[in-house]
Design a protein around this ligand. Sequence first.
Ligand SMILES: [Mn+2]
Length: 353
Amino acid sequence: MQMTFRWFGEGDRVPLEYIRQIPSVKGIVSALYDIPVGDAWPMEKIAALKARVEAAGLALSVIESIPVHEDIKLGRPSRDRYIENYRSSIRAMGRLGIPVLCYNFMPVFDWTRTDLAVKNPDGSTCLCYDHATIDSIDIRADRLDLPGWATAYAREELAALLDAYAGMDTGMLWKNLEYFLRAVVPVAAESGVRMAIHPDDPPWPIFGLPRIIKGEEDLDRLVKTVDNPANGITFCTGSLGPDRGMDLVRTIGKYARMGRVHFVHLRNIRRFGERSFCETAHTTESGDIDVYAVMKELAASDYKGMMRPDHGRMIWGEEGRPGYGLYDRALGAMYLWGLWEGIQKSKERGMRR
Ligand SMILES: [Mn+2]
């Protein structure tokens, strides 16, 4: 397993040089942030990003993400042009030897939270989600009152998208994902790039928009849709975990043994009621996910892919992008690496005996 860390490019308040100082972190997860959604990523720009990361003593291990144009998700005739661009970006990644591509297929909004800075008793802050609050938001209001998304869309643009999705059910969205995968996975396979779909976050429909990567049944369908190792999963414990019915430990082992987990996002959450949760520190005792058991199952599956500590809290007075401060994610990386080393060593001892 390679431990990685997300970096949002030169605009990130956390410099690459600081990330390099976190023990155990060898890889960077990043993207090009100035390319319009749907355009092909120019090879030179990806090469420059890679060179910048390598100059800091790290590897560019994962692209997270190349956004999928809404026309692809909507199945519009223009999708073929956007898919061709997507294939071109994948080929460029392959030529540069960047092994993993994380992407998602969520309509309109990807990650969704209702509060980006809930104060914890210890003075830290964290991101939370409450479904009743989501239901109370008027997404067609003049000013969209959804944390993190207030300025993402112009009002008319959002209204047009919502109208376009109004008649779409999950079956149609699946068809469009399958069309996309049949077109891009063969290119990824021949380019040496492993695609890794990120589950829906949170794992249920919001604002009446369909969502299709919510749990085990969906992941089963996904891996079968194009039966190729290049068609894989980003196993995000914090995205799948809010569903109380999800057995994270068994399922991460199941897909890892199939060779379909290429990237792991590890974070912990605390559930409140049915569809309500807050993100916590990474340790098992902090939330409802048995992080040790997840890591143990991954080790038992002989996992060799990438992992990153996902969202952290804001601690020690740090300010910055919600979920993506340096301090708590660095603590998370250390905790996860400590678990991993311990588990690997007891595994080796067990085998010698
Ligand atoms: Mn994630």
